[in-house]
Design a protein around this ligand. Structure first.
Ligand SMILES: NC(=O)c1ccc[n+]([C@@H]2O[C@H](COP(=O)([O-])OP(=O)(O)OC[C@H]3O[C@@H](n4cnc5c(N)ncnc54)[C@H](OP(=O)(O)O)[C@@H]3O)[C@@H](O)[C@H]2O)c1
Length: 331
């Protein structure tokens, strides 16, 4: 294995050891720097980006299988390669990269993490660690949800009339920008404090979800949506259905309610449809997103950047469900 020169034997990491407890249950520990399997790279972490999935694992969403305690959380990281496994040929020590960690192993809230070489990509010059770290889960989700509705990102698509809910969140902020690259007419929902931001990202109309019109998902033209990308928890098929055009479709990104899962099955046989969505870690698509950021066509909206010592604050901000864009921990 190639070595980064001075690699410490131990590192600081943040762990939790039981379900629940939010940021208060995160503890700093000194643990061994991970040793590598041959298909892995060791990343010296510069930025870790939090996602709702991170706190849902802590809440026990996948109990009793995940996580194994004690657990170092957070899946999305950017940093520098410190060591390369013997079976990895694409990277060398010193390369700037972004990686998606496996959610059942995670490890991102630490000074070093062992990442699969196949889930790591080079970070282009000019893209900061924080900007890149925001992309794996939230950016890929936004991109794949839009691809699921046939979006073309090369300027050739004619676009559709679409609604994106929770447009101020990690997924939503990427989704609005990507939807505009796909020539869609975008109505977006968010809270009052983010109306201006979401408009500045290119949304054609922005609805405050706490007003009657916003809650009713009603745009000013009254035109029905060809597609709805739902990022808002609690979004119901019964509310979406009347807002869809005759062959309209909902892509349910947020964790689906029981009713939405039933509707997913039943609407396989109807013109208006809802489908439950699950993102996948596709590195070619992550490279595509990084290029868009490099070219200035896509921005990572950053809610807040927290020093490592304040990781608990970052955790609680994400857990609040009121982040605007991505919550980043700098390590
Ligand atoms: N299916 C998948 O594969 C997949 C992948 C990634 C994420 N997800 C899920 O997708 C959802 C969104 O993820 P995220 O990272 O974007 O979450 P997030 O960053 O935590 O979203 C927070 C934002 O959502 C806004 N919001 C909350 N409820 C809203 C509503 N009813 N209408 C409009 N805006 C609302 C909040 O605005 P205010 O602060 O103004 O309330 C806040 O700005 C999460 O539930 C996540 O678990 C699923």
């Amino acid at each position: 294995m190639a070595s980064a020169g001075i690699k410490p034997s131990t590192m600081r990491a943040v762990q939790y050891s039981s379900y629940g407890g939010g940021g208060a249950s995160l503890k700093f520990v000194e643990i061994p720097v991970p040793s590598l399997k041959k298909d892995q790279v060791l990343i010296k972490v510069e930025a870790a980006s939090l996602n709702p999935a991170d706190y849902k694992v802590q809440q026990g969403m996948l109990r009793p299988f995940v996580p194994k305690f004690p657990f170092v959380p957070v899946t999305d990281v950017a940093g520098e390669i410190a060591e390369v496994g013997s079976g990895v040929s694409e990277f060398k020590v010193g390369d700037k990269v972004v990686a998606a960690l496996k959610f059942w192993k995670a490890g991102g809230l630490a000074e070093y993490v062992a990442a699969s070489g196949s889930l790591t990509v080079l970070r282009p010059d000019g893209v900061s660690a924080a900007e890149a770290a925001g992309l794996p889960m939230a950016g890929l989700t936004a991109l794949q949800a839009l691809k699921a509705i046939g979006t073309q990102f090369n300027g050739t698509g004619s676009g559709s009339n679409i609604l994106i809910t929770a447009a101020s969140g990690g997924v939503g902020t990427y989704a609005v920008q990507l939807a505009k690259l796909g020539n869609h007419n975008v109505t977006a929902t968010c809270g009052a404090r983010n109306l201006e931001l979401v408009t500045s990202m290119g949304a054609d109309e922005v609805l405050d979800y706490k007003t009657p019109e916003g809650a009713a998902l009603k745009n000013s033209s009254g035109k029905k949506y060809d597609y709805i990308v739902n990022n808002a928890k609690g979004g119901k098929w019964s509310a979406f259905k009347p807002k869809l055009s005759s062959r309209g479709r909902v892509v349910d990104v947020a964790p689906p309610s029981f009713g939405n899962v039933v509707a997913w099955i039943l609407t396989r046989f109807t013109k208006k449809k809802i489908s439950v969505f699950l993102m996948s870690l596709t590195m070619g698509e992550l490279r595509f997103l990084l290029e868009l950021v490099k070219e200035g066509k896509l921005k990572t909206v950053i809610d807040s950047q927290h020093p490592f010592e304040k990781a608990a604050d970052a955790w609680d901000k994400c857990l609040s469900g009121h982040a605007t864009g991505k919550v980043i921990v700098e390590i």
